[in-house]
Design a protein around this ligand. Structure first.
Ligand SMILES: NC(=O)C1=CN([C@@H]2O[C@H](COP(=O)(O)OP(=O)(O)OC[C@H]3O[C@@H](n4cnc5c(N)ncnc54)[C@H](OP(=O)(O)O)[C@@H]3O)[C@@H](O)[C@H]2O)C=CC1
Ligand SMILES: N[C@@H](CC=O)C(=O)O
Ligand code: NA
Length: 432
């Protein structure tokens, strides 16, 4: 091969990083694959836009066909985002025999199986390491590093924006809106940050992780999702008081043939290794039957960290090109999808209530829990400024999601309960 020609879809935060790494690490790329890597065309929306990296204007195009139909382009790198239009672009690239590297978890969570099948049919590679946990090589870690093991549980902080927000709110008492704006300015957030803060970005990544980790086609719709927009300062403070730290955690748990996949704000024991993951950093805690506990840690967002994963995938494609084995690495899921029911999902829960401070309130509340065979790890009752009201904060022992949801229904019907202020899943045991 004289050189490898790249067509780049997008030249934003990640695309700019890709160009920088290809330029600055050209010697390492050449040493590994035996030929230079050349960015031949770059798709953008606005050719006159100021950019983080200098690119010859003659390389820029507003027409994706200039890349998708260019016979000289070997690999399409997609870092433009979006779903439907981008799906069509990548399908066309694969049908035209071009290998694809993408960072697009929105796309892979919804159309991953379809595009992977198209890649195999066309003898092309489709790699997407950057789509989950940015620069952390978690997908290769699962597919290659832990290929011999059966994964039982994965717990991940897989969204850098929300981890950055929760870190600043918890450590500095910063205001949510102010920190979200800072995350956007730093290039961590999606173009529409709703995907970050409502948990959808993390859910997409958990769907991709679970599909690979459990070898089961987990769709985005299978992932129960809640974001961070309802978290209050009181919740953060009570969590700290009880020995927990608030994180947006993706949980994927397999018991026998059945799995549960969810994303929610979670009070995590301060002693859990994930509790130390700060700012835009991500981490995925993987439990395997044979390997035991492992943790993959690193920057989950940002231009160069994410671009590192993208260009590393490009090296993987180029190595396969040299060996003539492109399009052969995708392994179809081994197991039929079987999801746990609410009566099979167990966790501890944090609950904060405002109640009437009168005789019998506490007894009525605790009897609802005992009717569902749910006991308590910790309970606090404190008076409120509002006359005649008190605040009850409790952490349950392990309870099924079904029992806990039934308890919440009964509490809402109890006259003594004025408001259910907040409820969170709890992972790990707090300090005594
Ligand atoms: N930012 C991060 O830390 C991470 C991002 N990702 C993923 O990487 C992808 C890119 O993210 P990011 O770089 O942050 O996004 P940006 O918004 O910074 O960049 C998107 C780029 O794509 C171009 N583009 C977007 N839509 C079109 C279109 N319809 N036609 C032509 N060009 C288009 C834009 O052009 P123009 O510049 O002219 O506007 C821009 O150059 C996304 O899928 C994201 O989810 C994954 C991991 C981390
Ligand atoms: N917006 C995402 C970017 C990386 O996937 C995040 O905050 O993690
Ligand atoms: Na990754």
């Amino acid at each position: 091969m004289e050189s490898i020609s790249i067509g780049l879809l997008g030249l934003g935060t990640v695309g700019s990083g890709v160009v920088q790494i290809i330029e600055k690490h050209q010697d390492k790329l050449m040493h590994q694959v035996g030929c230079p890597v050349v960015v031949k065309r770059v798709l953008v929306k606005d050719a006159d836009k100021e950019r983080a990296v200098k690119v010859d204007r003659n390389l820029l195009t507003l027409n994706p066909e200039d890349i998708l139909n260019d016979a000289d382009i070997d690999v399409v790198i997609e870092v433009m985002g979006g779903i439907e239009e981008t799906r069509n672009h990548l399908k066309k690239a694969l049908d035209n025999g071009k290998h694809v590297v993408t960072a697009n978890k929105d796309l892979m969570a919804v159309y991953g199986p379809e595009l992977l099948a198209a890649a195999t049919q066309n003898g092309c590679d489709l790699f997407y390491e950057a789509s989950v946990a940015g620069g952390i090589p978690i997908l290769r870690g699962l597919v290659d590093g832990l290929a011999s093991d059966r994964i039982t549980k994965m717990m991940g902080i897989v969204n850098g924006t929300t981890n950055f927000i929760l870190t600043k709110m918890s450590k500095n008492g910063s205001a949510y809106e102010e920190v979200l704006k800072e995350a956007q300015e730093l290039g961590y957030a999606e173009s529409d940050p709703t995907a970050d803060v409502e948990g959808l970005d993390a859910a997409r990544k958990m769907a991709i992780l679970s599909t690979l980790g459990f070898s089961m086609n987990i769709d985005l719709d299978d992932v129960k999702v809640k974001g961070i927009t309802d978290i209050t300062e009181e919740d953060l403070q009570y969590g700290k008081q009880l020995g927990y730290t608030m994180k947006l955690i993706g949980i994927a748990h397999r018991e026998g043939e059945k799995v549960e996949v969810s994303v929610q704000p979670t009070l995590l024991s301060e002693s859990h290794p994930l509790a130390s993951v700060q700012d835009e950093y991500n981490a995925v805690y993987v439990y395997g039957e044979a390997v035991g506990e492992t943790m993959f840690y690193g920057p989950g967002a940002g231009s160069l960290p994410t671009a590192t994963a993208v260009v590393s995938d490009l090296v993987g494609v180029m190595k396969n090109m040299r060996l003539g084995v492109n399009g052969k690495s995708a392994v179809a899921p081994q197991y039929d999808k079987k999801l746990k029911g609410a009566d099979e999902i167990y966790s501890k829960y944090f609950l904060r209530l405002h109640v009437k401070d009168e005789v019998g309130t506490f007894a009525n509340i605790t009897s609802i829990f005992s009717e569902h065979h749910v006991s308590f790890e910790k309970i606090l009752q404190l008076p409120l400024k509002e006359k005649g009201l008190a605040e009850i904060v409790l952490v349950t022992h392990q309870a099924s999601l079904k029992d806990y949801e039934d308890i919440l229904v009964s509490l809402r019907d109890l006259p003594a309960v004025q408001t259910i202020k907040s409820s969170y899943r709890v992972e790990g045991s707090a300090r005594v």
